[in-house]
Design a protein around this ligand. Sequence first.
Ligand code: SF4
Length: 220
Amino acid sequence: MPHIILGGAEWYANLGTPKNGGTRMFCLSGHLNKPGVYELPMGYNLKKMIYEVGGGIPNGRSLKAVVPGGSSTPILLPEEIDISMDFDSVAKAGSMLGSGGVVVLDDTTCIVKFALRTIKFYQHESCGWCIPCREGTDWLKKTLTRFHAGAGVKKDIDNIYYLAENMLGKHSVRWETQRRCPPWRSSRSSEKNLRTIWKASRARLRRRQSRYWRRKICNL
Ligand code: SF4
């Protein structure tokens, strides 16, 4: 705070990128020599963040994947990490900057186990209001548990993909809440779809109610 007051808003904004000014707290965790919470300028290079700020991967192991913005954000592969850590660049790379929680996974990590542990958390945390979240996380947990136990079948991969696709804010009346919940955050277009579904379902309900009352009145 004192630095911003002394340096001024413009100085602070110029530390970051033109569209994502200032600094950000990044929590570096996982397989790193120097994990911790670091305040870095927005747009800091992710590769440098891992190998310079975080001290690289212990025991000279190689990188398998990176979670760039908290456990609900899509992982990046080693060839995708030479990017600037700002909202636009991470989105362009196919993920999200999210909370700034960077998790580094070395080549000893079992990705299935990692996915299972993550989904167990979201299944436990689901408040149960929206069906895609409540049922989807449970089905994903069941499928991944079986998969991880060695009893997976090829079709499971398609099923996991299908479930995940259908949890992206679709088929739920509670679009507003889903937008707020990171794992199932909907895109602008699916939000629009959800609004349309919601309006259509309300209109259907009103039509059914008016038919019901017409019948009631006619039978009086
Ligand atoms: S998406 Fe959010 S509101 Fe809906 S069930 Fe999951 S945690 Fe609850």
